[in-house]
Design a protein around this ligand. Structure first.
Ligand SMILES: Nc1ncnc2c1ncn2[C@@H]1O[C@H](COP(=O)(O)OP(=O)(O)OP(=O)(O)O)[C@@H](O)[C@H]1O
Ligand SMILES: [Mg+2]
Length: 255
């Protein structure tokens, strides 16, 4: 609940319960204000829930502060500028992401051995960034930066990957590139993933599970064969069932 006791009081998540199996790739849809980003923020520790628990591998995360949770959690945001440091080079950015997880075992900074590993990882993006290790990240395009953010969020094999409309700020061809990379990196790492999107086709095409949120709760979900059988139209039908008492503009917002 935000702003409790004031006129702006808002329940962003309401008795929501979600349990993920290892390797689940869940697409998350729902209209503006449904609580999707709040859900990811609660999992990541940016927002502390008033009630309930967040467990990763059966361990409660409530007492684990956000920066410590980042050892277990990979995140990519909508803004391509958010996940990387522009004044640092590509390899320095990768080294920071790497040391967040491998604190005790490795020296900080970029060692020769680690540089080889970084190059291998960058090659997977197919953007030639492996030849630009010492380029400042501020010089990269939005698409390249988002690809790098995605790599930094995944190559440490987080227990859960949180993607909040991470293709929404890119032009269609770059968005497609990042979508394909997401699929590749998630599958390769068998990463448990929650991906918020307003792109219904993307929500239908990707992953093995889908959840639809409304007013802070899950109002529809599908997995396995049912998920595979979903179409954009069938989802819109589900959505209009839920919204049958509200205006058409809500439906437009979902798309
Ligand atoms: N820090 C905050 N303080 C007060 N209210 C907030 C805060 N963060 C979110 N809210 C409210 O909680 C509700 C859920 O917001 P949230 O950002 O989770 O929605 P969303 O599903 O991600 O929407 P969108 O598709 O627009 O990104 C909204 O009504 C929003 O205004
Ligand atoms: Mg949001």
């Amino acid at each position: 609940m935000f702003n409790e006791g004031s006129l702006d009081e808002k329940i962003a998540l309401d008795h929501l319960s979600l349990s993920l199996n290892e390797g689940d790739f869940v697409t998350v849809i729902g209209s503006n204000g449904a609580g999707k980003s709040t859900l990811l923020n609660v999992i990541a520790g940016r927002i502390t829930p008033d009630d309930g628990d967040v467990r990763i591998k059966n361990q409660s995360m409530l007492d684990v502060r956000e920066f410590k949770r980042s050892r277990y959690i990979g995140r990519v945001f909508q803004d391509p500028m958010a996940g990387t440091s522009p004044t640092l080079t590509i390899e320095e950015n990768l080294a920071i992401a790497y040391s967040r997880v491998h604190k005790r075992t490795l020296r900080p900074g970029v060692t020769a051995k680690r540089r080889v590993f970084f190059k291998e990882q960058l090659e997977m993006l197919g953007l030639g960034l492996e030849n630009r290790l010492s380029a400042k990240v501020g010089l990269l395009s939005g698409g390249e930066r988002q690809a790098l953010s995605l790599l930094m969020a995944t190559f440490t094999k987080p227990d859960i990957l949180l993607l909040d409309e991470h293709t929404a700020a890119l032009d269609p061809s770059r968005a497609e590139l990042i979508t394909n990379l997401t699929k590749k990196l998630v599958e390769k790492g068998n990463l448990t993933t929650l991906m918020i999107t307003h792109n219904m086709q993307q929500a239908v095409d990707l992953g093995n599970r889908l959840i639809m949120m409304d007013k802070g709760n899950i109002v529809f979900q599908a997995e396995g064969e049912q998920k595979q059988g979903l179409t954009v139209n069938s989802l819109l039908e589900e959505f209009s069932k839920i919204k049958s008492d509200s205006s058409l503009s809500d439906k437009a917002l979902l798309i």
